[in-house]
Unconditional design. Sequence first.
Length: 335
Amino acid sequence: MKEYTNHPLRALNSFHVDEYAARIIEFDNPDELDTIFARENAPEQWYTLGGGNNILFTGRYEGTLIHPTGRGIEVMAEDDSSLTIRVEAGVEWDDMVAWCVERGLWGAENLSLIPGSVGASPVQNIGAYGAEAKDIIERVYLFDTHTLQHCSLSNDECHFAYRDSIFKRELRGRAIITAVDFKLSKIASPNLGYGDLSREVESRGGATLQNIREAVCAIRRSKLPDTAILGNAGSFFKNPIVESSVADALLASYPDMPSYPATEGRRKLAAGWLIDRAGMKGHRQGSVGVHDRQALVLVNFGGATGGDVMALAAAVQEAVYAKFGVRIEPEVNVL
Ligand SMILES: Cc1cc2nc3c(=O)[nH]c(=O)nc-3n(C[C@H](O)[C@H](O)[C@H](O)COP(=O)(O)OP(=O)(O)OC[C@H]3O[C@@H](n4cnc5c(N)ncnc54)[C@H](O)[C@@H]3O)c2cc1C
């Protein structure tokens, strides 16, 4: 366990805003959480920080950031068709994907190159190219800061949904995820139904695990700005889910508007398309802007504060609402 005070956060958030945390505690072994939360100076205000790829700091964080650093991957079970691994929260998500692909294990490949830690993956049920973390998560291990107990939840108990889970709802501010069990398939099961993935995979010679991973990485690199060069947190907004009647009314005015079936009686709209058609793609406001190739992504051109990003986000939300009457909400966690 390591503890630092007045710690700079610039390198710990992908927007690269220059804020500080009053205290940050790194833990390697989940048992260290017993000590951190049981002792006299247990943090009253705290927040779990993974890789900081989905967090916007809008000021100094006055509490304690809890940062998992455990990096183990262990095989827990195996049969003819599957392998179950337990992965510690501090493992880089893409390192785990690479680990699976190298061993011929199917299920994680479409989620290649999503930045962040394994511990954060169940929180918003990360997803891309027609796959979601929930498709391979078997069990999530956590420390409950209310009961001070270590426990685990099955996939069903996590209440996964689109960019959503129990960790964003009932267990928000309560659970610290320490490890996740993933069940991968040994049987080839390519999932190429999404966007231009199939064409990219074919151009590499067919649907092998390695080709799918390379295709996903290539598409992502061509579409998304590199956080090392241009601070951003990926998609800043969630795709809004609206009543089908609302989608139908919009489609009557905008027949080319993309929309996808969601839960019963509802449809998912593409926030990027709405932002683009509201005239905000490429819009710049001082040191921040809407990316000119990917309207869902807000970027820090250098020196922006979290407040600058939030002012831009509000302007984008207003423009979309004024044109379409649809409210788009941040996917990013604002602190
Ligand atoms: C360029 C770019 C592209 C992206 N593309 C995608 C994409 O395609 N699909 C997608 O779904 N997301 C995408 N994202 C968002 C991001 O990758 C995910 O949200 C990822 O899970 C963040 O991981 P992190 O470790 O950085 O989490 P953080 O940003 O540190 O934290 C995110 C949230 O999870 C909580 N959290 C983190 N670790 C734990 C833990 N161990 N226990 C409990 N809570 C925890 C935090 O408190 C916070 O609420 C992208 C981000 C960027 C910058």
